[in-house]
Design a protein around this ligand. Structure first.
Ligand code: TPP
Ligand code: MG
Length: 359
């Protein structure tokens, strides 16, 4: 008989670009100027789309919206690491991943306006609609990854979950199966420090959220989520492993929700300006801009022209969203493959107010 250590684990932290936009030469991935500019432009477009969305909600032209501000790098860099045939299932706060996959902006505006059609994506974008219930999409993501593996395809599945979402049973059940079945899945925990008004410190007693992978036999890493290069590198490596049969990876991206939880929330009630101001210094876009400038890939004129393009693209998408005549029947039709009796009753009740035809 003896007492011996049967397991020892550790978690690495990866940062490639520091807050001044200086890259660690040993860690810097060899990316083409094209992909670096695409990454920057996607983050810029995300910020502009995000800003427009909050304004539209405030003007009563769109429904409740969950701002991305400050978290642009995570969803953008992770989605750009995907191959054409891979799949993605984001949360409500990584909708920039859809933009990366080629989902038209008007679809996203439509969704946030409450039009079901907004999550009906074009063929080939390989994107699943997100779920509002926290964590319920994770068993789906494992199932999809399992199906890809069973079909013998060399494709991977990428999904995201918030720091709050890691407390849901679905998260643990999903990681458990992902590990046992060795599915081609990459799970990115977007640790933005808050789950509405609940801070990260009250979410879990573990030192990192990444280390939760250790319990399920899944390789894990923590990355600076405001460093697009670190996110891109960690997700790319994990996707390569997933596609080549080496199983799942858990990545914790440490970032910060600079804005409110949703347009229905007031964060000044539960967090300090000091904390928010500290994170302002770590802005993912500013950091990347400095990096590109050092590489002679950025000029004021280049960014101004890109912003002009995005502003036009956004205006056109908003016009399309506003011209779309939604059908309130859709909210009943798309819940199940066949409408259930109770939904039929609710639909009939709705028709009493709006009539049976399209409004
Ligand atoms: C199952 C479930 N419980 C509660 C809610 C209400 N709710 C919406 S968002 C949220 C916080 C989620 O926080 P986190 O996972 O950290 O994601 P974040 O909003 O910070 O991106 C909660 C509790 C919900 N949508 N689903
Ligand atoms: Mg959170």
């Amino acid at each position: 008989m003896a007492r011996r250590r049967v397991y020892e684990g550790s978690v690495d932290y990866l940062q490639i670009l520091n807050e001044k936009g200086v890259a660690d030469k040993k860690l810097e991935p060899k990316l083409s100027p094209g992909i670096l500019k695409t990454m920057f432009e996607l983050m810029l477009l995300t910020r502009a789309y995000d800003d427009k969305s909050v304004k539209l909600q405030r003007q009563g032209r769109m429904g409740t919206y969950a701002p991305i501000l400050g978290q642009e790098a995570v969803g953008a860099a992770a989605a750009l690491a995907l191959g054409k045939d891979d799949w993605v299932l984001p949360t409500y706060r990584e909708t920039q991943a859809y933009i990366a996959r080629g989902v038209p902006l008007e679809k996203l505006f439509m969704y946030w306006k409450g039009i079901e059609e907004g999550m009906n994506f074009p063929e080939g974008t390989n994107s699943f609609p997100f779920a509002i219930p926290i964590g319920t999409h994770l068993p789906h993501a494992v199932g999809i990854a399992f199906a890809l593996k069973r079909a013998g395809r060399k494709q991977a599945m990428l999904t995201f979950v918030g720091d709050g979402g890691t407390s849901q049973g679905d998260f643990h059940e999903s990681l458990n199966f992902a590990g046992v079945w060795q599915v081609p899945l990459v799970v990115v925990i977007v640790n933005n420090h808050w789950a509405i008004s609940v801070p990260r410190s009250e979410q879990s007693a573990s030192a990192t959220l990444a280390q939760k992978g250790l319990g399920y036999g899944i390789p894990c890493i923590q990355v600076d989520g405001n460093d697009a290069l670190a996110v891109y590198k960690a997700v790319s490596d994990a996707l390569i492993n997933a596609r080549s049969g080496k199983g799942p990876t858990l990545i914790e991206a440490v970032t910060y929700r600079m804005s409110m939880h949703t347009t229905a929330d007031d964060p000044t009630k539960y967090r300090s300006d000091k904390e928010v101001n500290e994170w302002k210094k770590r802005d993912p876009i500013e950091r990347f801009r400095k990096y590109l400038q050092k590489k002679k890939l950025w000029t004021k004129n280049y960014e101004a022209r890109a912003m002009e393009r995005f502003s036009k693209q956004i205006d056109e998408a908003v016009a399309k969203m506003e011209a779309y005549k939604g059908d309130p029947h859709d909210m009943f039709k798309y819940v199940w493959s066949e409408i259930t009796d109770n939904l039929k009753e609710q639909m009939a009740e709705m028709e009493k107010f709006y009539g049976a035809g399209k409004p």
